[in-house]
Design a protein around this ligand. Sequence first.
Ligand code: ADP
Ligand code: MG
Length: 442
Amino acid sequence: MERNIFSKGSFSSKNDQIVIWEEILKNLENILDEYSLKVIKTLKPKLESDNLISFLVPNEEYKDWLIDIVGDILKQEFSKRGKDFKVEVIKKTKENISSFSALISKKYTFDNFVVGASNEVAFKSSVEVANNPGELYNPLFIYGKVGTGKTHLLHAIGNFCLEKDLNVCYTSMNDFTEEMVLYLRSGHIMDFREKYKSVDVLLLDDIQFLSGKERTQIELFNVFNYLFYLNKQIVFAADQHPRNIKDVSERLLSRFEGGLLVEIGIDDMTKLSIIKQKVTFHGLPLDDRIIDYIKDNTSNNAREIEGLILQIRAKGSFLSSNIEKVEQLYDDYCIASTKENKKDKEIDPKVIIYEVESYFKISTEKDKRGKKSLLARQISMYLLRELTNLSLSDISKLFNYKNHSSAFHAIKKIEELIVKDEKISYTVERLKTNIKSHVYNR
Ligand code: ADP
Ligand code: MG
C-alpha cells in the first residue's frame, strides 16, 4: 500500500524529504514541549536510501535523549509515510568531546567569585591552574564544607579553559560511577576509558562519594595516571580532607595528596561580602537590615545565603520598609534551612515529586500526560538534583527514562528558565520552601 505513495520516485529527492520532515515537525508541535521541539528542529534529515532517513547527532547522550523523548513518535510518523529512520552518532572524537562542555555551567566564573581570607588560597590556586593547566599543581585538590564554593571554582576553571579551546570535562563522582556502570553493562568499558583519557582538563567533584566504590576507584586511578603522565590537569573537590574519606585505596589517596591540597571555607567577613554581592546581583536594595537579617539567619554557607535571597526576591517583599514582612515570611524557610544543615541531603525523592505534582495540581493519569506535567517533571528533576544526592541516572529512572541524559536535559532546561523567566524562578523557590517545610516540620 504505502509503496504506492512513494513509488512515484519523487520521494527520494531531497526536496520531498524536507517536505516530509516539515510535515512531521508540524505534527510534533502539538505533542512536544517548546524546548524539545527547538532541539528537534535543529536536526537535519539525511536520505540514506528511498525508505531510510537518518539523523546525525553529536554524541551518545544526544542519541539516547532523542530516542527516549521522541523515538516512538518519530517511528510512527515516519512509518505512516512508509519510511524508517535511524539515529547515528557522528564519529569524530572532537565532536564527542565537545559534549563534555555542556556540563559546565556558565554562571560560575572567577569574576563572580567573592574572595576573602578563607577562600583566597583555593581561589588563587584555581586561577593559576586555569592559566597553566597541567603545569603547576597537579592534581589540585580542594576540600571544605558544603556551600563554600568548591563546585563554583571547578566550573570557573572549566569556563576559563574552554575559552582556550581545551577539552574540559566536569563530572561528579556519582555521575562518573553511574556512567561507568552503564558502559560496563553494555560491554563498552574501553569507550568509557577512551572518553576520559581524551580530556585536557578533568574536573571531578564530590570525591567523598568514592568511599567504598572499588571499581570506580580502579577506573579513576587508571584515568588519573594516564592524564597525569600526559601533563593534563586534574582538579578534585570533596567535602572533607581526603584522609578522612573512608574506604579509599592508599594508592589513590597518595595521588590526591601528590599535588596541591587546599582547604576552602567561609569566614564571617567573607560571608558578609558574599551577602552584599548576591543581594546586589539579585536586585535587592543594599539595606543594612536586610543584610543583617540574612547574616543572622544563615550559616556560613553560600548556598543557604543565595537561597534566602532568592526567597526574598521571589516574593518581591524586599522593600526596606517591609523588612518585618520579610522576617515573618521567611521564618519557616530559615527554620528549614538551619535544620537542613544538620540533615543535609536526606530529603525523600517521593516528597519532592509529591510537592511538585500537588503544586501543579497533577493528580489523574490524564494530567500526567498533559503539557504542564512535562514542566512539572522537569522541575522535579531539577529539584531532585538540587536537594538530594541522586545521580542523573537515578533521577531519570524515577521517571522511567532509560538514561541519565533525560534528567540532564530537563535540569539544563530549568536552569535556563530560572534565569530567563521570573515566574519559573519563583515557582522553583516556592517549591523548595514547600518541600523543606514538609520534610522538617514532621
Ligand atoms: P560547594 O560545592 O562547596 O558545596 P558551591 O560551589 O556549590 O558550594 O556554592 C554554592 C553556591 O554559592 C553557588 O551558587 C555559588 O555560586 C555560591 N558561592 C559559593 N562561594 C562563593 C563565593 N566565594 N562567591 C560567590 N558565590 C559563591
Ligand atoms: Mg559542590
